[in-house]
Design a protein around this ligand. Structure first.
Ligand SMILES: [Fe+2]
Length: 248
């Protein structure tokens, strides 16, 4: 009996410890993520913000018509759909975009898929507009060193990112993500899924849906990916990285 009690207590203690660790991890993740950019903390009703540059400013790498359509039609549609879904769920009106996405499995079944696609679409595009800029910006030695440390060399990182982007079947996104320790990795997600549900913080993303490149590149996704490297906003990405690995 004594040994049974000991076993049960050990199991309970272990479960409590796991739960506490999970909570700590969750809180750390939340803290390390929500302050990265204001849009993480937006809540219903969501709205489309202006881009920090003109639609033609990313020429010749991404053309004006693509940028305008992508922003005013595709991104806006995700926001409109998200607001439509949430309008009948007042309990969710104070949930931030981050909370909606990181707790997606806890929401009612009838709206889960819609939330996942449209909150995801809003989040993913909001990040994408910020990690690109006209002319791009140079990568710092520190961040280049971190990338080399994680991938072997900057070229190896680029090759892997390009390969993931080219080989992603159908529509989706490629991400450079970090965990709170600063370990970098590249992941892909289908449709409008994103790394938040995997408890990873995205610091760079590339939209490989056809709507992101078809007007200029048609089926040549590889050409679009190659030109993407000319407009990456490394200064912003480094800010995201440093904030994501900040400890308490
Ligand atoms: Fe898109």
């Amino acid at each position: 009996m004594k040994s049974n009690t000991y076993f049960i207590n050990t199991v309970i203690a272990s479960a409590l410890m796991t739960s506490t660790n999970a909570l700590t991890e969750c809180e750390t993740f939340k803290k390390n993520t929500t302050h990265i950019a204001p849009f993480y903390n937006e809540h219903y009703p969501f709205s489309l913000e202006d881009l920090p540059y003109k639609y033609n400013a990313l020429e010749p790498y991404i053309d004006e018509k693509t940028m305008e359509t992508h922003h005013t039609k595709h991104h806006k549609t995700y926001i409109d759909n998200l607001n439509n879904i949430l309008k009948d769920y007042p309990k969710l009106h104070q949930k931030t975009l981050f909370e909606l996405l990181s707790q997606i499995d806890s929401y009612p079944t009838d709206i889960k898929t819609g939330l996942r696609n449209n909150a995801g679409g809003h989040f993913n595009h909001s990040l994408f507009w910020r990690v690109i800029k006209p002319g791009g910006s140079p990568i710092s030695k520190d961040l280049a060193l971190q990338i080399t440390k994680n991938f072997g060399s900057f070229e190896a990182f680029q090759d892997k990112f390009n390969h993931c982007a080219k080989s992603l079947f159908g529509s989706g996104w490629v991400w450079l993500v970090t965990n709170p320790k600063g370990d970098l990795s590249i992941i892909t997600t289908n449709n409008q899924d994103n790394p938040l549900s995997k408890r990873l913080t995205p610091i760079l993303c590339l939209d490989v849906w056809e709507h992101a490149y078809y007007l200029k590149y048609q089926n040549r996704r590889g050409d679009y990916i190659k030109e993407f490297w000319h407009i990456i906003n490394w200064e912003q990405i480094e800010r995201y990285y440093k904030q994501a690995i900040q400890k308490s």
